[in-house]
Design a binder for this molecule. Sequence first.
Ligand code: FMN
Ligand code: SF4
Length: 463
Amino acid sequence: MLREHYLLSDEPFATYASYVGAVGAHVVAKARSMGREATLAALRASGLRGHGGAGFPTGIKWSTIHGHPCATRFVVCNAAEGEPGTFKDRYLLRNNPYATLEGMLVAAHVVGARQVYFAAKASFARELDRVRCAVEELRHAGVLGTIDVHVVAGPDEYLYGEEKALLEVVEGNEPLPREPHYPPYERGLFATPTSPNPALVNNVQTFAHVASIVRLGAASFRELGTADTTGTILFTVSGDVARPGVYELPAGVSLATLFNEVAGGPFPGRKFRAALAGVSAAVIPADRFDVAADFGSLSRAGSGLGSAGFVLIDDSRSMPRVAQAVARFLFVESCEQCSACKHGLGNASRALDELFVPGKPDRACVDRALGGARSAPQGNRCYLPVQGAVVVPSLIHGYEREYAPARAPERAATEPWLIPVMVDFDEATRTFSYDLEQPHKMPNWTYGAPAKPTAPPHAGAAV
Ligand SMILES: Cc1cc2nc3c(=O)[nH]c(=O)nc-3n(C[C@H](O)[C@H](O)[C@H](O)COP(=O)(O)O)c2cc1C
Ligand code: SF4
């Protein structure tokens, strides 16, 4: 069963035939018969925004490529999903890979691309398998037409998900973001001095929404969600919460409803302290959970929707431990192309580590952490250090008392917080599992000592 404009079915679609049977229409054929301009107009009218993190209007992005003077264009699906606390793309691909593939084929039609790429991590074996099988089904059903679909299995690095780094990986290179004046719509794939070959890069979920917009129209899509963020959102809720999972709800639901009613609230005897929206926006204190979950409302509330992955933190947690883990993640996962980034985030990470070393902590640690995080975005090719400059200070301000030198012994006794880089979700037990190697990852992307079998600090199984 698939409700109008929803992406997740009660039961995963086993075959393309069962998907078409449930939704009742061949979307790609419909888009081809509507023509490029009309399809693009429907997308623009839908108000769809990108679900990869920034919420950029999808219709505007497609129009830019559509109107580009270079005749060679590409379509690329960003399935690298590496934001801590986010599992929605993988969940969607397991349940319904067809909507995403249809959206990619509609995009190829609208922007005039002959080659489309689906780029995920090699470690996403189950999703890659599902997508490869789905592509073959679409080929046999005659849906691909003259379009070539390539499936790319890339590295595990966080930066792979950054769109300019993603294009580098598709070209066979390391996941290192290109210079900022080369956005994908200006320099796409396999460019030459005379042919920039613009690429349309969208997230898995963004492409999936396109399918129902073409099938059912923009007007009914706009009826779901808010004027700011139309349609549904796939929320990942994890951390210190009774019923973690991936939930599809209309945009605009309040965080309080999502966390307390849908995801079951805090563990017995515990209270929520805050929620992290991945590591790309400021932490949201629990007394602000009455905010609507859409891009505009969360931005006005001083945070952001990002990729709608929310990690709950309860009153058993130490906020300095959360700050330590977040700063280290961003430091380790950054690259060395822009010198201020690794330097600033490294200073922030080391200063926060010192807070837990007996005899070391003083007020200067906190100042160095703030200064380091804020100095990281300089001449930056990508948004990663900007995330650090926002999220790290947000985990200090408002929680200052926990950073006081007088609290050092109490702080040192707290458990390290595991950054929730998700590796799997067990539907039967509603359990996320996390990457226990991440704390051992070095800033040069090699690994130190093998992982010790420590229990993750919040609900979830270790792998
Ligand atoms: C460090 C970093 C990591 C990112 N990781 C992802 C990711 O895993 N998946 C994704 O779709 N977008 C990711 N993004 C955002 C992409 O760069 C890009 O904005 C997005 O794929 C565009 O798709 P959309 O318009 O459909 O949102 C990341 C951005 C940054 C700066
Ligand atoms: S801003 Fe940081 S992470 Fe991004 S490319 Fe530059 S050094 Fe690498």
